[in-house]
Design a protein around this ligand. Structure first.
Ligand code: AMP
Length: 291
């Protein structure tokens, strides 16, 4: 069995990357570890679409707006490396904080208005920290293509925007959300859910799917689509809503019935101390519904 190459520093990564010929394409998957089946589809896509698959694991302190969340974020290095071994990825970059942000580090990548609402509003500084790390990882890894999950749809949108706006020459590819049988999207944070919380957590995807059903049946009132999600989520006492909205996915701004574009339902819900996010494509609002 081939064993994965572990790259612990920028210098090791650079010499591995330099050893690849220019004609070899590299597919890159940045992660924060605690790997699960959702990550697995990204590794699969990176290996299918490129000659070499490369992953990174870095719990990026800059993107955590709550210190406690950073501290308790699951770190499961041994299991992660075993999953990576099986996934076909050839190398994994495992920088530590100093390797990424040496003493004196201070520069940030600032995102535009598409980062102001939803996750950006509820997690101040999160997207700036995320884009800063992703930009640096792109510079260091020099991928041809990079793979991100639709599970974090606003993140995917912002990374695609950054790659285009800053001429990064990386094709940023979105991969569909992978779910448990009961609809709950796989997430590293699901491990924090106590059994009674885990039992109610699928209400988030149920609200999104119910919203899509209304949309497909012809509902084009953004207010009514959002109210439907809120009503369902409010029926669960253990769940508290941060947002459950319909966005125009071309801009990541609120959907507007007068300017129909492709719409997406997005939600963030706390179950106990655990914050769950999920989203679902609704479709093109110009197309007539079923009724
Ligand atoms: P993370 O390790 O949580 O930063 O996630 C790394 C990448 O995996 C991101 O691009 C996520 O969007 C993606 N991802 C996380 N969960 C899922 C999932 N359930 N399905 C598909 N992609 C996912």
């Amino acid at each position: 069995m081939s064993s994965i190459t572990r790259l612990h520093s920028r210098a090791e990564l650079r010499s591995w990357r330099d050893s690849l010929s220019d004609s070899v394409t590299v597919g890159f998957v940045p992660t924060m570890g605690a790997l699960h089946r959702g990550h697995g589809t990204l590794f699969h896509a990176a290996c299918e679409g490129n000659e070499v698959g490369l992953a990174s694991i870095f719990v990026n302190p800059l993107q955590f707006n709550e210190g406690a969340d950073f501290k308790r974020y699951p770190r499961t290095a041994d299991e992660d490396c075993a999953l990576l071994e099986r996934s076909g990825v050839q190398a994994v970059y495992l920088p530590d904080r100093i390797d990424m942000y040496p003493d004196g580090y201070e520069t940030r990548v600032r995102s535009g208005p598409g980062s102001e609402l939803y996750e950006g509003y509820h997690r101040p500084g999160h997207f700036e920290g995320m884009l800063t790390a992703v930009f640096k990882l792109f510079q260091r890894c020099r991928p041809d293509r990079a793979y991100f999950g639709e599970k974090d749809a606003q993140q995917l949108w912002l990374v695609q925007r950054m790659a285009e706006d800053l001429d990064l020459d990386v094709e940023v590819i979105g991969c569909p959300t992978v779910r448990e049988e009961d609809g709950l999207a796989f997430s590293s944070r699901n491990a924090f859910l106590a059994p009674e919380q885990r039992a109610v957590a699928p209400i988030v995807s149920r609200a999104l799917y119910a919203c899509r059903e209304s949309f497909t049946a012809g509902e084009r009132s953004v207010a009514l689509l959002e109210r439907g999600m809120h009503d369902l989520l409010r029926s669960e006492p253990l769940a508290s809503i941060e947002y459950a909205d319909v966005v125009d996915e071309r801009t990541f701004r609120p959907a507007d019935s007068d300017q129909p574009g492709p719409w997406r339902a997005v939600a963030a819900v706390r179950v106990g101390d655990t914050r769950l996010i999920d989203n679902l494509e609704l479709g093109d609002a110009r197309s007539p519904g079923m009724t």
